[in-house]
Design a protein around this ligand. Sequence first.
Ligand code: ZN
Length: 334
Amino acid sequence: MRELCFAAANALALPFAEVADLARGSRGCLFTFHRAASADLWEKLPNRNFHVDTSFLDKFLTYLATNGWEVVTMSEAERRSASSDRTGRYVNFSIDDGYRDTFEEVAPLFRRHKVPFTVFVTTGIPDGTLPLWWAGLEDALLHRDRLILGTQTIDLGSSEERRNAYQRIAASWDGPDAPKHYAEFCAANGIDIDAMHWKHAISWDMLEELARDPGVEIGSHTVNHARISSLEPDAAMVELQGSRKRLNERLGLDVKLFAFPYGRSGDCGPRDFALVQQAGFHTAATTRKGVLRRGVNRFRLPRNTINGGHRSLAAMELHLTGLTGAVTGIVGRG
Ligand SMILES: [Zn+2]
């Protein structure tokens, strides 16, 4: 069934992309995701669409290598998009926020394939100042069979029940009070909030090791995972320059790459692209879908988010051809 869907997607998508290649030259595709988990863990995770199954990622990297796609850093992708080179197809993977699994799962996999990747760090995560409520909630729902939630006690059984509970609770917490709800939840359930943070966060030690790896490129993703468009210019600059300064202090890097948290059309616009440039960055990535073509604005690079639930090469092929970006462009989203 998967192969049939793949064939159908190819029949639809390939001519579209190849005609565009003839007219517009080389094609780049930037992918992004947040977390990665082994296939057996992935099956059980309460928020599994937020995680990419490493066995699928392994298969996808093999597929790219055998189909003429070169995996490059984001700086190299941006350089190619600005050059007059009219041949070649390239992809980049960027992993956002800064979770422990970027170090433990993603880095070894990419090293095995001998390809580079980019990490966009929200510096409040390794600094331990940004509560990872979504990760802690998911962990508790995965490991506990009974939880206290406000005045209720909830019993959890199947993975589906745990997924439904995650959706319900995360939706009710989401917003500025989420850290407060999470702190109360941890206290009521005897969860050590600090230990839970370090179970899921990337540490500066891990980032130092990644920064020494020639196959790893590091960029900024603000201090507090801020939605830049919602901030006054001064506050936005604190987020942009603050994360850049912190990465420089801890890793000795002059960071030139930025990725907007959230990053869809409503989350970043022309004012924000200008602020990113003023803060000293050379490029900024969004989560608007689409492919990289010559002449793309380097402060609004499109990136295609890999939804962990879409474990099919056909779904990836639609991104590689630019068809998902074209569709969202037509219907006015992304
Ligand atoms: Zn993010």
